[in-house]
Write a protein of this length. Structure first.
Ligand code: FES
Length: 106
């Protein structure tokens, strides 16, 4: 499935992300600036924060308890569409998912 990463300046990166890979892992592997992922995907750092706007937001699994807690620790303000990108794992259904990157992660 394809994932579109939208940078704060409006520029975009489109990646082909294998199913089973998280939005964070794919970004780090491709050197996308804007995802730091200090904890390596354990939902413990909040430096993989992204914003997912409707209608994409509705296709994602609900925010988990650990994710919810870390989303209160993001460097940029939490919004209704805030997610940890290490908690968004690609499935075929999510093809075309668009995530906005915050101004900063720490
Ligand atoms: Fe640390 Fe997602 S990589 S919370």
């Amino acid at each position: 499935p394809k994932v579109v990463y939208v940078h704060p300046d409006g520029s975009q990166d489109r990646l082909d992300v294998p199913e089973g890979t998280s939005v964070m892992q794919a970004a780090v592997a491709q050197g996308i600036v804007g995802i730091v992922a200090e904890c390596g995907g354990s939902a413990m750092c909040a430096t993989c924060h992204v914003y997912v706007d409707p209608p994409d937001a509705e296709s994602l699994p609900a925010v988990g308890a650990d994710e919810d807690e870390m989303l209160d620790c993001t460097a940029c303000p939490r919004e209704p569409g805030s997610r940890l990108s290490c908690r968004i794992v690609l499935t075929a259904d999510l093809d075309g998912l668009t995530v906005r990157l915050p101004e900063k992660q720490r």
